[in-house]
Every structure is written in structure tokens, then in C-alpha cells.
Write a protein that binds this ligand. Structure first.
Ligand SMILES: Nc1nc2c(ncn2[C@@H]2O[C@H](COP(=O)(O)OP(=O)(O)OP(=O)(O)O)[C@@H](O)[C@H]2O)c(=O)[nH]1
Ligand SMILES: [Mg+2]
Length: 245
């Protein structure tokens, strides 16, 4: 079974070699780095890593409009074209520990989409200031109330998809270009009757590099749940969804 881990990067020079080694030296998976022409040279570094881990680390250099959601869509297309059976998503900044990947992969036996959840057993977040925890926690509450989704951590970027779930996504329908993509994807899977599960993870704040969170990102994320509900009006009001056991 081919498991592909997609890692989007924008200025992650210090982090990328560490996360690549952690995954490729301990787990039987492949990695796809999707770089958005990082000014710090992460793309060229990824090419070096592709030579070092020949056949196991691949690089997609994006051109055109920058965006986390747009990067994932390109990564998904690549994964489908390269016959991946399971596709995981994770950040490059070492916030997502690869030791949880096997749990996500295993849960994909049962679920169409598996979320690595920070809020399943209380709050599992290390080194976040209180205001950041509150922002993330309220963002998840906000999404649940507006969309009717029942997942605890709908905004998590640590996930595993079954190939057939990805293949069924109507990519051309997507509205989000940035981080709101996390919510839109869960909403679309649940709306189509897919099984969404959550497994607990421990999230650690990045130590090096800068966050790409911006006002524009927050604005898109505030508006998106309303846009999703509006687009879906007249159909199932509250998407049906099953939780993890
Ligand atoms: N390709 C691509 N990657 C991006 C873009 N924006 C962010 N990323 C990557 O997406 C991942 C998550 O970005 P972060 O800036 O860590 O955002 P976050 O984890 O939501 O927020 P923090 O908690 O502040 O770190 C990292 O691997 C980034 O390098 C983008 O526009 N394009
Ligand atoms: Mg981060």
C-alpha cells in the first residue's frame, strides 16, 4: 500500500530536512513537498532532499497564486496521478509529530477522512500562548455552530485521506484558497455522506520559522462557514457525520 505524506512549505528551510528525516528514516511512507516559491530557498533545498531520498521524496514547485488550500489541491492531483492509496497532510514546522502518522493511517481502514485532533481529550497543545489556544478553540466552536459539523478539530491540518475520498472531491467547486480549506474539505466529505473520524494528537508550537497566519487568512476563515452553508442551502441542512469510537 502506498502512503504519501503531503507537506506544503513556505519558508521552512530549517524545518524541512528535520521533518523529512523523521518520516523517511522511521516510516515506510513517501513524501511530497509542495513549495510555493519560498523566498528563503526551501524549494531548492527540497530538490536536494529529493536527490538524497531518491524515489521517496518528491517536490512540486508551484507557480502562480500562493495559498495553502491551492497547494493542497495541486498536491492531491499529484497524489491521485501517482497512485497513492492513502494521502496524509501535515505541516512542515514540526507542530505535527510523525509518530502519530501510523495512528492516522490505521484509522483510515474505518474512515474516509481521518483528522488528527487537538481537542479530543481535553486540549493537547504544547507551548501555545493562551490567546492562541482560545483563538483555535473558538474557531472550532464557530465552525461547528454554523455548519452543524460535529468534529472537535475541524481546522486541523494533520490528516489522512483514503484515495477514493479524494477522488470523489469536486475540486473545481472549492471556494477556499487558504486555511479555510481545512473546514471546506471536512464539510464536503460529510455532506457527501463520508465517514469522518478523529484520532488524538499532541500539537507542538513551531520553534523556528514564522507563522503565515494573517488578517486575510482569518477573514477568509470567518466568512467561509457561511459561504459553505449558503452554497448548500436547500440540501441537507446538517451534514451527517460519524465520530471516532
Ligand atoms: N505551499 C504553501 N505552504 C504554505 C502556505 N502558507 C503556509 N504554508 C505551510 O503550511 C504549513 C502551516 O503553516 P503555519 O504558518 O505553520 O500555520 P499554522 O500552523 O496554521 O499556524 P502557526 O500555529 O502560527 O504555526 C507550514 O508547513 C507552512 O510552511 C502557502 O501559501 N503555500
Ligand atoms: Mg504551524
Amino acid at each position: 500500500m502506498k502512503v504519501l505524506i503531503i507537506i506544503p512549505t513556505y519558508n521552512e528551510r530549517e524545518n524541512l530536512p528535520v521533518i523529512a528525516a523523521q518520516i523517511l528514516e522511521q516510516l515506510p511512507y513517501e513524501v511530497l513537498v509542495v513549495d510555493d516559491q519560498s523566498p528563503d530557498g526551501t524549494g531548492a533545498l527540497a530538490d536536494e532532499l529529493a536527490r538524497q531520498y531518491e524515489g521517496r521524496l518528491h517536490v512540486l514547485h508551484r507557480t502562480g497564486k500562493r495559498g495553502l488550500g491551492l497547494s493542497y489541491l495541486d498536491g492531491f492531483r499529484w497524489a491521485l496521478a501517482h497512485q497513492a492509496d492513502l494521502v496524509c497532510q501535515m505541516d512542515a514546522d514540526l507542530s505535527h509529530d510523525p509518530r502519530f502518522l501510523p495512528d492516522l493511517v490505521k484509522a483510515a481502514d474505518t474512515y474516509d477522512l481521518v483528522l488528527g485532533s487537538r481537542y479530543l481529550n481535553g486540549i493537547s497543545v504544547i507551548n501555545w500562548p493562551l490567546r492562541r489556544i482560545l483563538l483555535s478553540w473558538f474557531a472550532n466552536r464557530y465552525v461547528r455552530v454554523i455548519t452543524g459539523l460535529t468534529t472537535c478539530d475541524t481546522t486541523s491540518g494533520f490528516r489522512c485521506w483514503r484515495r477514493d475520498t479524494l477522488a470523489r472531491l469536486q475540486i473545481e467547486r472549492f471556494l477556499s484558497q487558504r486555511y479555510a480549506f481545512t473546514v471546506e474539505t471536512v464539510f464536503e466529505v460529510a455532506r457527501a455522506g463520508g465517514r469522518v473520524g478523529e484520532v488524538p494528537i499532541i500539537f507542538v508550537e513551531r520553534r523556528v520559522g514564522a507563522s503565515k497566519m494573517s488578517g486575510q487568512v482569518l477573514l477568509e476563515s470567518m466568512i467561509m462557514p457561511w459561504r459553505l452553508v449558503w452554497r448548500n442551502r436547500g440540501r441537507v441542512r446538517r451534514p451527517v457525520e460519524r465520530q471516532s469510537p
